[in-house]
Design a protein around this ligand. Structure first.
Ligand code: T4K
Length: 403
């Protein structure tokens, strides 16, 4: 470990890690099994278009999520778009700005205006009380995001949606394997949309799935996912190509087989981060209220407070130089990204909780690609940096940092 701040990589010293340790490094299950499945698909010469692996993946998801229907898609963004179209969303939809920009873009592609709402300061998910203030005659739905796998206020949002006759959709991109009051996320609201992107707890390289108890809605999104075909030469409605391929589904099947191991690795890393960072002044780890909730610990989100002596960005800068690939998700917030910012620059004023969170959070590496030894070294480095924050700050801000 560094013995003085002049040994930091940012001042020309050797980085703590030779190769970058990434946030989002994929979990990979049994690769031999994956190769077998891919070989089998190649032998069968059935590569996409509702193949047997896609169907098996959908069945397994249906069981895991305890929901009536799962429709696999090429990614979650198109899953959200299909749901918005199939539910006939128009006008305005209230959603948090504290999310990946895909949530907002999926609505905008459908000609729907995302109305950004602040989040609850404890769960960091859509605040039903604040959402109610934003309902107008143009509002057609609420879109909650189970951020970092933390369940939204499911009861509060359902009550609000029912009272105002609104559709209720959840972006469950982070939520595979999590539950609320013993019930897996997946069957709440009108539909929930999962992501199986490479960075998610289970991945299909790229992929998504729409989960819903509404059979009619499931049929409509399945139809739209395949251009609107009901038969080889009969198209009955507008559709798009949002299908999942067999190779993606094979990866999904293999990933689901290892879900428990992935969760276990995350829990172990998370615990290790907690122990390694608990005495660090001004640094805390985000953890939702665990009452009624289960969590996969897929994301290690550090909150850097003023007492740390280094800002979030300064800590991020020195970690990156040490080859720790941290991310400040979802900075600066959808409302500060285009096309939303130009259209409504004063929205930031009504998002104080969102803005504060976006200004202090840093996501740290975890998952099966990150060993406990790596976590220990990252914690040790953070402890060193914050203990020496005064000196580091002075060096960082001096004109000649290598002097
Ligand atoms: N809603 C929410 C709340 C979401 O978080 C997302 C996606 C969506 C909706 C939409 O889901 P999809 O349509 O994508 O299914 C990444 C992902 O592309 C995105 O899927 C994800 N959220 C978002 C949180 O992260 P970027 O722009 O940060 O990707 P990138 O390339 O910078 O990689 C992220 C990190 O992962 C880096 O540290 C590198 C590492 N990585 C990435 C890949 C692809 C690897 O180590 N290996 C890899 O193969 O968006």
């Amino acid at each position: 470990m560094k013995s003085s701040v002049s040994h930091l990589a940012i001042f020309g010293g050797q980085p703590v890690f030779d190769k970058t340790v990434h946030v989002g490094a994929p979990n990979i299950g049994d690769r031999h099994r994956l190769h077998e499945l891919i070989d089998d698909a190649l032998d069968r010469r059935w590569l996409t278009n509702d193949g047997p692996y896609v169907q098996a993946f959908e069945r397994q998801l249906t069981d895991l999520l305890a929901v009536r229907n799962c429709v696999a898609t090429c990614n979650a963004t198109s899953g959200l778009m299909l749901v918005a179209a199939a539910l006939g969303l128009r006008g305005e939809v209230i959603m948090p700005s504290l999310t990946f920009v895909a949530t907002a873009h999926a609505l905008t592609w459908q000609g729907v205006t995302p109305v950004f709402c602040d989040v609850d300061p404890v769960t960091w998910t859509l605040d039903p009380r604040k959402a109610e203030d934003l309902i107008t005659s143009k509002t057609t739905a609420l879109l909650g995001v189970h951020l970092w796998g933390t369940a939204c206020d499911l009861t509060g949002l359902q009550r609000l949606a029912s009272r105002h006759d609104l559709k209720l959709v959840y972006d469950a991109a982070h939520a595979l394997g999590t539950s609320y009051a013993g019930r897996p996320l997946g069957s709440f609201g009108d539909a929930e949309v999962f992501s199986f992107h490479a960075t998610k707890i289970c991945n299909t390289f790229e992929g998504g799935a729409i989960a819903t108890d509404d059979d009619d809605l499931a049929a409509r999104v399945a139809l739209a996912r395949n251009f609107g075909f009901v038969d080889v030469d009969r198209v009955v409605s507008l559709g798009i190509n949002a299908k999942m391929s067999e190779v993606n589904a094979a990866m999904g099947l293999v990933s689901l087989e290892s879900l428990d191991q992935f969760v276990e690795a995350n829990r172990r890393n998370w615990q290790r981060y907690r122990e390694g960072l608990q005495s660090v002044l001004g640094l805390t780890l985000y953890e939702p209220p665990m009452r009624d909730r289960s969590w996969t610990h897929q994301y290690v989100v550090a909150e850097v407070h003023e007492e740390a002596g280094l800002s979030r960005d300064e800590l991020g800068q020195i970690l990156a130089a040490e080859n720790v690939g941290v991310r400040r998700y979802f900075y600066p917030g959808c409302h500060r990204m285009e096309p939303y910012w130009t259209e409504c620059p004063d929205v930031a004023l009504r998002l104080p909780v969102t803005e504060a969170i976006l200004g202090r959070t840093l996501v740290l590496p975890t998952g099966t690609a990150t060993t406990v030894e790596t976590v220990d070294r990252i914690c040790e480095f953070i402890r060193f940096a914050i203990r020496n924050s005064n000196q580091i700050r002075i060096r960082l801000r001096s004109p000649d940092q290598r002097g």
